[in-house]
Design a protein around this ligand. Structure first.
Ligand code: KIV
Length: 267
């Protein structure tokens, strides 16, 4: 039986039905095929691609053209999951027109069904304008990596009362702007729970505790296909880095020794 394709309204409805939402990033065709088949509800073509695909030190350098190309590859692969494209740094911050045009490119050229923008109160007008253009928007508050320089590093947010109140205002602003869901990144679990209880749209946590309506992780992190120490909230499910290193090491050894190709591997 064909599996029902997920839409933004269907994701919002999962909060009401109490079904938790499984979200993972992907940036290429094959990975998207596998994780879609494995039952992920949302594939986020995150701007983390800047780091794990393109090798930049932060998410800031990736462009709309690069992100749209990756999004199109993921869209070609998926059959059930909702595909969300991540608007990169400076594609929407300056003005509302930029935001709508950038979001439009993800939908028209990339085939995304929704886009994600970072920020709450400060970008509420952009969130609303993209929603008004008929494009479903996922919000993203807390540790928003595009503001890494403002934060002075990748730090847990919402730790004192003032910061908590500000994040509660951001969460309200995202919902009021019409977003269909919101990512909560790196905040105390108690705050993740409060925001989840306060909002009628689903919260998707990444380092925001178990009470969020769903969870998102970077696919390279759960497969240990990355470099550096993983964040505390990452759970590693496989060691793909070692699998690839071992396979490539054996291939190189076979080529060097002349044992590849064998008679059966020749025409
Ligand atoms: O870019 C990204 O991968 C993200 C998520 C991890 C939320 O924004």
């Amino acid at each position: 039986m064909a599996r029902k394709k997920l839409t933004a309204p269907a994701i919002t409805a999962m909060k009401r039905s109490g079904e938790r939402i499984a979200v993972l990033t992907a940036y290429d065709y094959m990975t998207a095929r596998i994780i879609d088949g494995a039952g992920v509800d949302i594939i986020l073509v995150g701007d983390s691609a800047a780091m794990v695909v393109l090798g930049h030190e932060s998410t800031l350098p990736v462009t709309v053209d690069e992100m749209v190309m990756l999004t199109a590859a993921v869209v070609r692969a998926k059959s059930r999951a909702l595909v969300v494209g991540d608007l990169p740094f400076m594609s929407y911050q300056a003005d509302v027109g930029d935001a709508v045009r950038a979001a439009g490119r993800f939908v028209k050229d990339g085939g995304a069904q929704a886009v994600k923008l970072e920020g709450g109160v400060r970008v509420a007008d952009k969130l609303r304008a993209v929603v008004d253009a008929g494009i479903p928007v996922m919000g993203h508050i807390g540790l928003t990596p595009q503001s890494v320089h403002e934060f002075g590093g990748y730090r847990v947010q919402g730790k004192d009362e003032e910061a908590r109140d500000s994040l509660l205002r951001d969460a309200r602003a995202v919902e009021e702007a019409g977003c269909f869901s919101v990512v909560l990144e790196a905040m105390p679990r108690e705050l993740g729970r409060r925001i989840t209880e306060m909002l009628s749209i689903p919260t998707i946590g990444i380092g925001a505790g178990p009470d969020c309506d769903g969870q998102v992780l970077v696919v390279n992190d759960i497969l240990e296909y990355t470099e550096g120490r993983p964040a505390r909230f990452v759970r590693i499910y496989a060691d793909a880095g070692s699998v690839v290193e071992d396979a490539v090491g054996r291939y190189v050894a076979d080529v060097k020794s002349g044992s590849y190709p064998s008679d059966e591997e020749c025409y």
